[in-house]
Design a protein around this ligand. Structure first.
Ligand code: ATP
Ligand code: MG
Length: 182
């Protein structure tokens, strides 16, 4: 399993559809200041289910949609589509799919759409898919600038949460908390 491709349209600084292919192993994204490197990472976090404006480096969620510039008018929605190589399969439910495609769309009127393999789903379905693998925007599968030093300074409790994420047990905790609520 590896991230094969990310397609971005109307998200932050990307008014035109861009396709960024990845290969197994290490990929570097380089470019001048303000070119949109961090926005690519934000797009990945967002499609994985991130909801916090702060973590996505915006004031409000509507700032995720391309706001227009001197060359191009603002657009009506943002879309990020992530293609995951799924051969050999890791998700039993999608074992017959050599690729799993996750799509997230957000309109200016506040509406959201989510898809797994083109089929409409809930945000929760996407979040659970990755929680199962220990991949989520709070876990250290995504390491932001400055976070290595932050890890060293974590409290024992925060460190436990980190290790639980890595071990893939967070989803059981979330399910437990939800069960208690209901
Ligand atoms: P650095 O090397 O400084 O870290 P970077 O390549 O990571 O730069 P980003 O932070 O990804 O740059 O991109 C910043 C740019 O994205 C800014 O020019 C900002 O105006 C633009 N941007 C962010 N949100 C939007 C939006 N909604 N509409 C249009 N442009 C946006
Ligand atoms: Mg940056």
């Amino acid at each position: 399993m590896f991230l094969k491709k990310i397609e971005i349209y109307g998200f932050k600084s990307f008014p035109y559809k861009v396709t960024i292919p990845f290969s197994p192993g290490i990929t570097g994204i380089v470019g001048p200041n303000g070119a949109g490197k961090s926005n690519v990472l934000d797009a990945i976090k967002w499609v994985l289910g991130e909801q916090s404006p702060k973590k996505l480096r915006v004031k409000e969620l509507s700032d995720l949609i391309f706001a227009g510039n001197e060359d191009k008018k603002k657009v009506d929605f943002a879309e990020v589509r992530m293609t995951i190589n799924h051969d050999p399969p890791v998700w039993e439910k999608y074992k017959d799919f050599p690729e799993v495609v996750i799509t997230r769309r957000f309109y200016r009127n506040g509406e959201s759409e989510f898809f797994i393999n083109q089929k409409p789903c809930r945000l929760k379905d996407i979040q659970f898919l990755f929680l199962e693998l220990g991949i989520n925007t709070q876990s250290y599968s995504i390491i932001d600038q400055g976070e290595v030093s932050k890890f060293i300074e974590l409290s024992p409790k925060e460190r436990r949460i980190f290790l639980e994420d890595l071990a893939g047990v967070s989803k059981f905790k979330i399910t437990e908390e939800e069960t208690k609520k209901n």
